[in-house]
Design a protein around this ligand. Structure first.
Ligand code: MN
Length: 248
């Protein structure tokens, strides 16, 4: 039996969360297969739209039994001119790739929507090397995001991860047939799992959860959350037709 030179662990992921209080997968035990059926030679890919203290898009690529993760505040752009800030965050368990729901309290408290999913293929033979070098080229075959992309680490940030490497990367679309001036986060805002919006996801859980002590208090995220809580309560009370939440 050969052992991988570098084993990725989920200890940072697990240390931040109390699994008695969050519905997120614990990642304990053996790494589970990524949830979607992925063709051999390709990895699982997903983006989770996450309204927590701030709205962001969590961009995840399967590698070495975990989901490599970057938090992208503005979300991905199909326009090659846009360089979207992407903060490298802790590796997530593979079964996180199917997660959508409400995190009632604690780390990341808020609403998680499975915004896109599919597969990815590296445009390099050695992904670990590309990560270490700070430039990973890859192509995506998902519902919303397709074609060729690159994640480039920037050396300018003072903020560093525990490994000592700068956490700041840029997510950029390469010029190809899948690039264009469409604002994909606005044009395609809904879940690829339940086909709902944030209010639908909250309504399916506990819409009155954050009547007091909201996870996002002020600013844009706080205002969004206030509206979502109101909408979810109306949905639950039957004052607006509930968008059918389908399981895939
Ligand atoms: Mn997040």
């Amino acid at each position: 039996m050969t052992k991988k030179a570098k084993t990725r662990t989920l200890s940072a992921y697990q240390a931040k969360r109390n699994f008695q209080k969050t519905p997120e997968p614990s990642g304990s035990g053996r790494p589970k297969r990524a949830p979607s059926s992925i063709k051999p030679g390709k990895g699982f890919f997903c983006v989770q739209k996450h309204l927590a203290s701030h709205l962001h898009y969590d961009f995840r690529l399967e590698h070495d039994g975990v989901l490599l993760s970057w938090a992208v505040p503005k979300g991905p752009s199909l326009n090659p001119r846009d360089k979207r800030l992407a903060m490298r965050v802790e590796d997530h368990p593979l079964d996180y790739g199917d997660f959508e729901g409400v995190i009632p309290e604690g780390y990341g408290a808020g609403i998680v929507m499975l915004w896109d999913r599919g597969s990815w293929s590296p445009e390099t033979t050695d992904v670990s090397r590309a990560l270490a070098d700070g430039e990973l080229k890859f192509s995506l075959a998902a519902t919303k995001l397709k074609g060729s992309w690159v994640l480039v680490r920037t050396g300018n940030s003072g903020e560093e991860s525990k490994g000592g490497e700068p956490r700041t990367w840029l997510l950029i679309k390469h010029k190809d047939d899948c690039a264009g001036p469409i604002d994909v986060t606005t044009a395609a805002p809904l879940s690829v799992k339940s086909f709902g919006d944030f209010a639908d996801i909250l309504a399916a859980d506990k819409p009155d959860l954050w009547q007091s002590n909201k996870p996002a208090k002020g600013g844009v995220a706080g205002e969004m959350l206030t509206n979502i809580i109101e909408q979810a309560a109306k949905l639950k009370a039957g004052k607006r037709p509930v968008r059918k939440l389908k399981k895939r």
